[in-house]
Design a protein around this ligand. Structure first.
Ligand code: UDX
Length: 460
C-alpha cells in the first residue's frame, strides 16, 4: 500500500486525506492545533462538508486514515508528503502569506529520514515550489527530496465529488520519481479517464490561480451584465443562456448574484494581481475583477435601502443565507457581512438565518443582529426579505406562504431564487438581480429615447 502524509488537517488537507484513503492509500494527517487534533481523533469533523463524515469514519475504521500531532510520526515511511496548510492573504497588499507553508516544510525537512516527494497542495504563489526545492537541497543535501505541485480545485459543498471525479488533475513535477508517485496516487482515476496534466512547477502553480481568476472573472462579468440588464430592461438569465450555449463560453459560472466570496476567489484573485505586478507583467483584468467585486459587495446595503425607498430604519429585515454560498458554513469574505453591516448601520431590525453557518456567523456580524432557528421563524412578521444564498430550502418557500407570514411586501432576491411573476402575483414588490423587464423601460425616458433612435437607425 502506498503511504503518504498530509500536513494540515484543515479543509483541503482533510478532504484530500479522506479521498486518498478511499483510493486505497495509507494516509497520516499531521495537525498541530491540539483542539482540532483532539476532535479529529474522536471522529468529529470540524468542518461542514456533505459526505465527509462517513468517508473519514469508514477509512479510519479500515486503518487507512490516521491523525497525529507529531510530524515525524506522520511522515515515517511516507512516499509523498503533502503540504496542505493555509495560505491566507497577507495584511496590507494581498500577497499570499507563506509562513505556514515554510514552517511546515522546515519541520518536515528536519524530521525526514528517507527520500520523499514533497508536494504543495495549498495554493502557493508561482515560484514557491522552486524555493522549497532549494530549501530541501540546503537543509538535507544527503536526501533525495523531489518537490512537486498538485493544486486542488475543490468546491466547498461538493469537494468529495470534485476530488473523486475531477475534470483534470494537475501535477507539476520535474523528476521521474515525482511523476511516478503522483500518477500512482491518482491511479483509480484512470478508470474514469481523467486527464492527468503533467507540467513544470511554475506552470502548475499558475494554472490554479489562472483557473480561479478566470472563473471569478466570469461571475464578475455576468454581475456587470446583470446591472446593465436592469438599466436597459433585459433579462440576465436570457443573456447568460444565449452566451452559454456558445461552447467557447460555456454555461457555467454565469449566474449573477451579490458578488463572489469564500476562501479561494477573493484571496486568489488578489494574490494573482500581486504576483503579476511583482513579475512586471500586470494583469489589469484580474485587478479589475477584484475592484468590481469589492465595490459590488460594498454596495449591497444600498441596493436594499433603495428598494425600500431610501431607508430600512426600524424595519424588520429577514436575511436568509449568511455563508458565501449554500452547503457550507464558510463565512470568509461572505457578501452577507457588508450587507448586514450596512443594514444595521441604517437602523434595521435584522433577523438572520442560515442552515449551516449561524455559529460561524455570529462573531462576525453586528451584535444587534438576532438569529432565528428556521427560515420560517426569520420570515414571521418581517417587513423585508433579503435572500443572499441559494439554499434549496429558501427556493422552496411558496409566495402565498410568504405573504401570509410577512408583514411587509418587499423581497430583495440577490440570487434570483424566486419566480418574479409568482412573487409579484402574491402582492410583493420584487427586486432580483438583472431581471429587467420592458415595463422598466417606460420608467426610464432617457433610455426610451435612445431606443427610439436605435430603431430609426436600424430602419435605415
Ligand atoms: C472555488 C473554485 O470553484 C474551486 O475550484 C477552487 O479550488 C476554490 O474556489 P468555492 O470557493 O468552494 O470553489 O466556490 P464556488 O462554488 O466555485 O463559488 C465561488 C463564488 O462564486 C461563490 O461566492 C459563489 O456564490 C459565486 N458564484 C459562482 C456566483 O456568484 N455565480 C456563479 O455562477 C458561480
Amino acid at each position: 500500500m502506498l503511504k503518504i502524509a498530509i500536513i494540515g488537517g484543515g479543509y483541503v488537507g482533510l478532504v484530500s486525506a479522506a479521498c486518498f484513503a478511499e483510493f486505497g492509500v495509507s494516509v497520516m494527517v499531521a495537525e498541530t492545533d491540539p483542539a482540532r487534533l483532539d476532535r479529529l481523533r474522536r471522529g468529529e469533523i470540524p468542518i461542514y462538508e456533505p459526505g465527509l463524515d462517513p468517508l473519514v469514519e469508514r477509512n479510519r475504521a479500515a486503518g487507512r486514515l490516521g491523525f497525529t500531532g507529531r510530524i515525524e510520526e506522520a511522515i515515517a515511511g511516507a512516499e509523498a508528503v503533502f503540504i496542505a496548510v493555509g495560505t491566507p492573504s497577507r495584511r496590507g497588499g494581498g500577497h499570499a502569506d507563506l509562513s505556514y507553508v515554510f514552517a511546515a516544510a522546515e519541520q518536515v525537512l528536519a524530521a525526514l529520514d528517507h527520500p520523499t516527494v514533497l508536494v504543495t497542495k495549498s495554493t502557493v504563489p508561482v515560484g514557491t515550489g522552486r524555493r522549497l526545492a532549494a530549501l530541501a537541497a540546503a537543509r538535507r543535501p544527503e536526501l533525495a527530496i523531489d518537490v512537486a505541485s498538485n493544486p486542488e480545485f475543490l468546491r466547498e459543498g461538493s469537494a468529495i465529488g470534485d476530488f473523486m471525479r475531477p475534470d483534470r488533475v494537475v501535477v507539476g513535477a520535474e523528476t521521474e520519481r515525482a511523476r511516478e508517485v503522483l500518477r500512482a496516487l491518482y491511479r483509480p482515476l484512470n478508470l474514469i479517464e481523467t486527464p492527468i496534466l503533467i507540467t513544470g512547477l511554475e506552470t502548475a502553480e499558475l494554472i490554479k490561480y489562472a483557473a480561479n481568476a478566470f472563473l471569478a472573472m466570469k461571475v464578475t462579468f455576468i454581475n456587470e451584465m446583470a446591472d446593465l440588464c436592469e438599466a436597459v430592461g433585459a433579462d440576465v438569465h436570457g443573456v447568460a443562456r444565449g452566451m452559454g450555449l456558445d461552447r467557447r463560453i460555456g454555461a457555467k459560472f454565469l449566474h449573477p448574484g451579490p458578488g463572489f466570496g469564500g476562501s479561494c476567489f477573493p484571496k486568489d484573485t488578489l494574490a494573482l494581481a500581486r504576483i503579476a505586478q511583482d513579475a512586471r507583467a500586470p494583469s489589469r483584468l484580474t485587478e479589475a475583477v477584484v475592484a468590481v467585486n469589492d465595490a459590488r459587495k460594498a454596495g449591497l446595503g444600498r441596493r436594499v435601502l433603495d428598494a425600500a425607498g431610501g431607508s430600512v430604519r426600524g424595519m424588520r429585515v429577514a436575511v436568509l443565507g449568511l455563508a458565501f454560498k449554500p452547503e457550507t458554513d464558510d463565512m470568509r469574505d461572505s457578501p452577507a457581512i457588508p450587507l448586514i453591516e450596512a443594514l444595521a448601520d441604517d437602523g434595521a431590525d435584522i433577523i438572520a438565518y442560515d442552515p449551516a453557518a449561524m455559529a460561524a456567523a455570529k462573531p462576525l456580524l453586528p451584535a444587534a443582529v438576532r438569529y432565528a432557528e428556521t427560515a420560517e421563524a426569520a420570515i414571521e412578521g418581517a417587513a423585508v426579505l433579503v435572500a443572499v444564498t441559494e439554499w434549496n430550502e429558501f427556493r422552496a418557500l411558496a409566495p402565498a406562504w410568504l405573504a401570509a407570514r410577512m408583514q411587509g411586501r418587499l423581497i430583495v432576491d440577490l440570487r434570483n431564487i424566486f419566480d418574479p411573476a409568482a412573487i409579484r402575483a402574491a402582492g410583493f414588490v420584487y427586486h432580483g438581480v438583472g431581471r429587467g423587464s420592458v415595463s422598466q423601460l417606460a420608467a426610464n425616458p432617457e433610455f426610451e429615447q435612445d431606443f427610439e433612435q436605435d430603431r430609426e437607425f436600424s430602419d435605415g
